[in-house]
Design a protein around this ligand. Structure first.
Ligand code: FAD
Ligand code: NAP
Length: 529
């Protein structure tokens, strides 16, 4: 059985950077990745229209500026092949692939108290031991397959957007069903509509959506960004959202109707998440939030010809932005096409799937392909699907049955030397995630350095520090409107999952300061031995 200083699980943005730093530190490390190459999210999510909605210029590593200077992103928001190409290029330049085994899934990880080691098992029967275990397994990496009666009986093509075939899918001339209307469906529906003979979009909940306003990269913007690269990256690292965006400065409730309309016209024209950044009371004041939601519904009415369809596409059951905001390009216009139909699952729920299609309470939809754009077991799924056992054989899955508990999103009491990159209780999915990932990976690296310098071999969060952190995360979330939504942030998309707000809501800057204070205080909240 091989023995290593560290095992890193996952070869997305997180695992690759972690591996780079471990190697630089001279530690022996092996990475294990279920996919057949690097890329993580961007390896798996190859559905039509898949792209980031963070600005391309800042959705990349900051620790290899020389790569960024040479790199050209063709669009404001990059498509999946561009991002995968970038990650692959970084892996090649830093020769990272040689430290990973691919096509291998970690299934078990058991802490041996006597030897202070983790034993890691895989689906290919490998077993290896390591002092440290870094779970860089992603927040959105376990696809959610809905439990619909008869789903396995369908004889046409079944596709999950998070497990898309690598050679693409041609929908030309076919009848297609898309189930789900989150960010993924909103990106893929216009593309699928461009090919399909008939497209049925099955909507359970309308989502709040802003126009992406994607466009070819402006050469002047690119030049200006690169000229101030170091300064802008530093600003992003110490910002609320991990990106160079306006900080909060406008109180919606201070504005008259005309002033607010002018203001929202401005942010709508900028597109993307500029709509949520500047507003102090957007996520804390129901009335302020509703004014933005009403503006948004009016924009949908302008874009969708049929008033009934426009009304159905308008989110009403949760405050604006409290489910992950979606960014669209011609999503709403797709419903003006004769061959695209919205199916309202609130009025006519799915009863079953059979050999030839989908039966709702109203009728049967005969289709050739079903696209499940049904999301992920987010934030905890990739950790709880592995059988992780800490002290006294305690299973992480059981410890987290009532919702995840940990200290600063990075470590769990009872699970020594286990680190979770972008774990629950950290800002992660509420930020530009590459910034959040870099902060976590660098914190872990500094911690290992500090331990090495003291000859320490074991670090473990205390139960007291963990309880206080969980309390802080919950208190922060409940000071906002976020817990009102049945979102994946709340675990509400997975039947039986505990209803707990998963990310840390107070932003990357505050969070980074808290993590730095823990380290600066000799890893206060941890027992180091
Ligand atoms: P991932 O990229 O998810 O990588 C984790 C890897 O771990 C996966 O390859 C997985 O196969 C592997 N893995 C998991 N469990 C195991 C196991 N048991 N054994 C072996 N391997 C395992 N974020 C943004 O900030 N901006 C965006 O615009 C944005 N757009 C997105 C678009 C889509 C379609 C999706 C799904 C997510 C998007 N995200 C975005 C979030 C995105 O997940 C992160 O930005 C980032 O790519 C996460 O990197 P990661 O390495 O932490 O995780
Ligand atoms: P999602 O936001 O969780 O959306 C899943 C959709 O499927 C929802 O509309 C949900 O309805 C529906 N659904 C789930 N189970 C269903 C069932 N049994 N019957 C009917 N409908 C069902 O997932 P996603 O769209 O894949 O996005 C996940 C996250 O990935 C995003 O929030 C974002 O963070 C990231 N992402 C980002 C981008 C980007 O633009 N950069 C693109 C794609 C994804 P309910 O709402 O009713 O549950």
């Amino acid at each position: 059985m091989a023995h290593l200083d560290a095992v890193v699980v996952g070869a997305g943005f997180s695992g690759l950077y972690m591996m780079h730093l471990l190697r630089q530190r001279g530690l022996s490390a092996l990475g294990i990745e279920a996919g057949h190459d690097v890329g993580g999210t961007w390896y798996w999510n190859r559905y039509p229209g898949a792209r980031c909605d963070s600005e391309s210029l800042s959705y990349s590593y900051s620790f290899v500026p020389e790569i960024d200077f040479d790199w050209h992103w063709p669009e404001r928001y990059s498509e999946q092949p561009e991002i995968l190409g970038y990650i692959g290029h970084v892996a090649t330049r830093l020769d990272l692939r040689r430290s990973f085994v691919f096509g291998t899934r970690v299934t078990t990880a058991t802490y041996d108290e006597a030897r202070d080691l983790w034993t890691v098992g895989t689906d290919r029967g490998d077993r290896l031991t390591a002092r440290f275990l870094v779970m860089a397994t992603g927040c959105l990496s376990i696809p959610n397959r809905p439990a619909i009666d008869g789903i396995e009986r369908f004889r046409g093509e079944s596709l999950h957007t998070g497990l898309w075939p690598h050679d693409g899918v041609d929908f030309t001339g076919r009848r297609v069903a898309v189930i789900g209307t989150g960010s993924t469906a909103i990106q893929s529906v216009p593309r699928i509509a461009g090919q399909a003979r008939e497209l049925f979009v099955f909507q359970r909940t309308a989502n709040h959506c802003v126009p992406a306003q994607n466009h070819p990269m402006d050469p002047e913007a690119e030049r200006a960004y690169k000229a101030r690269y170091g300064e802008l990256r530093e600003q992003a690292r110490h910002s609320f959202a991990g990106d160079v965006v306006p900080e909060l400065y406008i109180t919606i409730m201070d504005l008259s109707d005309q002033e607010l309309e002018r203001e929202l016209d401005r942010t709508w024209a900028q597109g993307g998440f500029y709509t949520q950044y500047p507003y102090i009371d957007l996520f804390t004041d129901r009335a302020a939030n509703e004014r933005v939601a009403a503006y948004s519904r009016a924009r949908i009415r302008e874009r969708v010809n049929d008033p009934g369809t426009a009304a159905l596409l308008s989110a009403r059951d949760h405050p604006f932005g409290t489910k992950r905001l979606c960014a669209d390009t011609f999503y709403f216009e797709a419903f003006n096409e004769d061959h695209v139909r919205l199916v309202d699952l609130r009025a006519t729920p799915i009863r079953a799937i059979d050999e030839s299609g989908i039966a709702t309470s109203e009728r049967h939809y005969e289709v050739d392909a079903i696209v499940y754009a049904t999301g992920f077991d987010a934030m905890t799924g990739a950790l709880t699907t592995v059988d992780i056992r800490g002290r006294e054989g305690a299973r992480l899955r059981d410890v987290w049955a009532g919702g995840p508990v940990n200290f600063i999103g990075l470590a769990v009491a009872g699970f020594p030397n286990l680190f979770t990159v972008t774990g629950p209780g950290s800002p992660s999915v509420l930020c530009n995630m590459v910034s959040a990932i870099e902060q976590h990976v660098e914190w872990i690296d500094r911690c290992l350095d500090w331990m090495g310098a003291r000859g320490a071999t074991c670090i473990e969060a205390t139960a007291e520090a963990q309880a206080a952190w969980v309390d802080e995360v919950n208190t922060a979330a409940h000071a906002t409107l976020f817990p009102e939504a049945n979102s994946w942030y709340m675990g509400a998309n997975i039947p039986g999952k505990a209803r707990v707000f998963l990310p840390y809501v107070d932003g990357l800057k505050t969070y980074r300061d808290r993590c730095d204070a823990v380290a600066g205080d000799g890893y206060a909240g941890f027992v180091v031995s």
